[in-house]
Design a protein. Structure first.
Length: 207
């Protein structure tokens, strides 16, 4: 599948997912409004029955949309992992004339691959699209690992392992002041550690 076809397919799939989400909310709201109006006591005024039906409609819309989200959220994450990253791709280098030149090209490609994979796998700890998903901020290495610069002497490290049960990703907060590496499993945890460091003398930039 070409890049254009892949982008078109991703756009169609995204539109369909959002359409299902909106439709589920509308159905839930309509069903809630109908049930609310029918269940309201007959001795209430029309305005009271309509207000009650509106409240039940909101609850119904939220409930149905929440149930639909249990299915749609994994699909959104899957689309993000398969969608091309927004940054521009460089063209492939010219064929190598020597083995050493080929090795240099493959090494550079390996480092870029590590950076892109780290950005793609970052959805496991960051469900947003505007921070860790930026592949240009990751620095890849020829051993397949990558780091994301956060602050002076503070980086987020990514390492992946392929085992019996598939690919396992490890995100670790590394510092240059001798502290033990900290396994990171979510953005709130990362924020907590950075906030704790910002209140200590070790958070100051080093010369």
């Amino acid at each position: 599948m070409t890049a254009t076809l892949r982008q078109t397919a991703n756009s169609v799939a995204h539109t369909m997912i959002e359409g299902v989400s909106m439709t589920s909310a509308l159905i839930g709201g309509a069903a809630g409004a109908y049930l609310g109006y029918q269940l309201a006591p007959v001795d209430w005024s029309d305005n009271s029955r309509i207000a009650f039906a509106g409240a039940v409609a909101v609850v119904g819309a939220l409930a149905i949309d929440g149930l639909a989200e249990l299915v749609l959220a994994p699909l959104r994450r899957l689309m993000r992992t398969r969608s091309p990253l927004p940054s521009a791709r460089r063209s492939a280098p010219a064929p190598a004339a020597t083995l050493d030149e080929a090795l240099a090209q493959v090494t550079a490609a390996t480092e870029e691959d590590a950076a892109r994979r780290a950005a793609g796998d970052s959805f496991r700890i960051d469900d947003g699209d505007n921070f860790l998903r930026d592949g240009d901020r990751w620095r890849g290495y020829e051993n397949g690992e990558a780091t994301f610069y956060l602050a002076p002497s503070v980086v987020l490290h990514h390492r992946a392992e392929v085992g019996k049960y598939g690919r396992t990703n490890h995100f670790t907060l590394l510092t240059g002041d001798g502290e033990q590496p900290v396994a990171i499993t979510g953005m709130a945890q990362l924020r907590h550690h950075l906030a704790a460091r910002s209140t200590t003398p070790t958070s100051s930039p080093r010369p």
